[in-house]
Design a protein around this ligand. Sequence first.
Ligand code: SF4
Length: 250
Amino acid sequence: MRPVSIGVQAAAMIDCPIRVPLIVHAKLRKIDVKDPVDLAAVRRGRLIHAAFEEAAVRLDEAGNIGDEAIAAAEIAGTIATALPELDIRAVAAQASSLAATISAAVAGRPGIDVAHERRVSVLLVPGVMVSGRVDTVVEGEDGWLLVERKTGQRHPWHARQVQLYADMVLAANLCRRVARLELWYSGGESGTVEVPHAPGERLEALRAGAARGVALDPGAAMLLVQGGCEGCPRDDCGVKRLARLASFRG
Ligand code: SF4
């Protein structure tokens, strides 16, 4: 049987000890527990990401990725084409922060290679995987710089997400060393945040959560839902749906 897969964002987004076990329990039974999302915000973020990647590849090929002014103009043009409805000042703000961060990331790093949307999957326990795509990887002689790009507000889970990616690329042997983790915010609260990394910690916790989920029988899962999810205020957690299912209400 094909393993079920948890997304990296779903695994990192909410710091709740029963969430991963219940996601795993539900997925193994084909119950939909996808988190509800703001589709307009997701579309906008995706288009900005895609425009940045397109521009960054062109800049890289032309050898201009470290030139902040050229990068800002190129990224602005690509974002404006992808999102013609976006205000010109918003385009400029997105482009200048992304150009500044990528120029700073490649500056002074010999032999660098920039890649986007690196897929990575790791088997957590038999039958359960975690999968995702690292937004940007800057490969240098000193190891990989892993980047998670965000266009919205800052949240603590963004750090957990990039930490999990770091554990995953090491576990999947995609690189020998992770040199640095960064969050790149563009638009409103733009800027770069360096994230600390304790190798293996996130993946180990996730494996424990997945193992707990595999071991849950329906009765134990129901008790967790009744004891936790029924009174939980987090409406952005798809697991809350289980509290409304008759099979989980007993
Ligand atoms: S609904 Fe609340 S208690 Fe239940 S898994 Fe989600 S965050 Fe945790």
